[in-house]
Design a protein around this ligand. Structure first.
Ligand code: IPD
Ligand code: CA
Ligand code: CA
Ligand code: CA
Length: 264
């Protein structure tokens, strides 16, 4: 597989941050941890990985803007390009010693996501995609799963955590889902959820209350693997509405209609 120079920059940044995270994962009990909000943790490992990534990205393209979870937004001088970075997606898993976490880096050009990389260091799995170039797991081309019946499907989700409200609404959705699909999974890293849909490991995925850095790279993985993503109302305002529904064309539509909220 041939990668563009830009995708290579993103891959190298993700691998380097992955090495930093792997070292910290080995000594997780010694890390400094603080709270950003109710059950919203951030550790030294998140900050270190973000520093590594931004160092690599800025060295390669000093004028590009950046939106990163821990350091926020820097508009840059380029006016066209923006990196969207989650240095450690799955901090809760990481801090509990669960090896399901990832680095997520996307590139936006004129408001469109044009490349994405998600890396799970614990499994050494690198997911990458560029617009029009297909999606890859390490060197293998990925395709979304082809299942057509919801009753055969495994679907991922994210459980809103303490302080994110609307647990009652979520429970209603979950029970609708439980009545229709073969199984439900909660991996704990939105970027990996989308990567798993792209790889055909999960047939679909839905979640609310997400930020652009959780989603940006995963979205292009799914699209380039032949899948479909939308916000929970079926439109393209994923970042604004902070929600996502993903799957192959048919499963994504079925999930959307299951999730339709009664009009207020
Ligand atoms: C979290 C993960 C998780 C999702 C949360 C996110 P973080 O990101 O993506 O799967 O359910 O809503 O905040 O904070 O670990 O980068
Ligand atoms: Ca976080
Ligand atoms: Ca995240
Ligand atoms: Ca994070």
């Amino acid at each position: 597989m041939a990668r563009s120079a830009l995708l290579n920059v993103m891959v190298q940044a993700a691998l380097k941050a992955g090495r930093s995270l792997s070292r910290d994962f080995g000594e997780v009990q010694n890390l400094q941890v603080s709270l950003k909000g109710p059950s919203d943790y951030v550790s030294q490992a998140d900050h270190k990985a973000e520093e590594v990534i931004l160092g690599e990205l800025r060295r390669a393209r000093p004028t590009y803007g950046v939106l990163a979870e821990e350091s926020g937004e820097d508009k840059g001088t380029d006016g066209q390009h923006r990196w969207i970075v989650d240095p450690l997606d799955g901090t809760t898993n990481f801090l509990h010693g669960i090896p399901l976490f990832s680095v997520s880096i996307a590139l936006e050009r004129a408001g469109e996501i044009v490349a994405g990389v998600v890396y799970n260091p614990a499994m050494d799995e690198l997911y990458s995609a560029e617009r029009g170039g297909g999606a890859f797991l390490n060197d293998r081309r990925m395709r979304v799963a082809g299942r057509r019946q919801l009753s055969d499907c495994v679907v991922g989700t994210g459980v809103p955590h303490l302080g994110r409200g609307q647990h009652g609404q979520y429970l209603i959705e979950l029970s609708h889902m439980m009545g229709e699909v073969a199984g439900i999974r909660r991996l704990g890293s939105a970027a990996l959820d989308l990567a798993y849909v792209a790889a055909g490991r999960m047939d679909g995925y839905w979640e609310d209350h997400l930020s652009p850095w959780d989603l940006a790279a995963g979205v292009i993985l799914v699209r380039e693997a032949g899948g479909f993503v939308s916000d929970r109302d079926g439109g393209g305002k994923i970042f604004e509405k902070k929600s996502i529904v993903a799957g192959n064309e048919r499963v994504q539509k079925e999930l959307l209609s299951l999730l339709k909220r009664p009009a207020k």
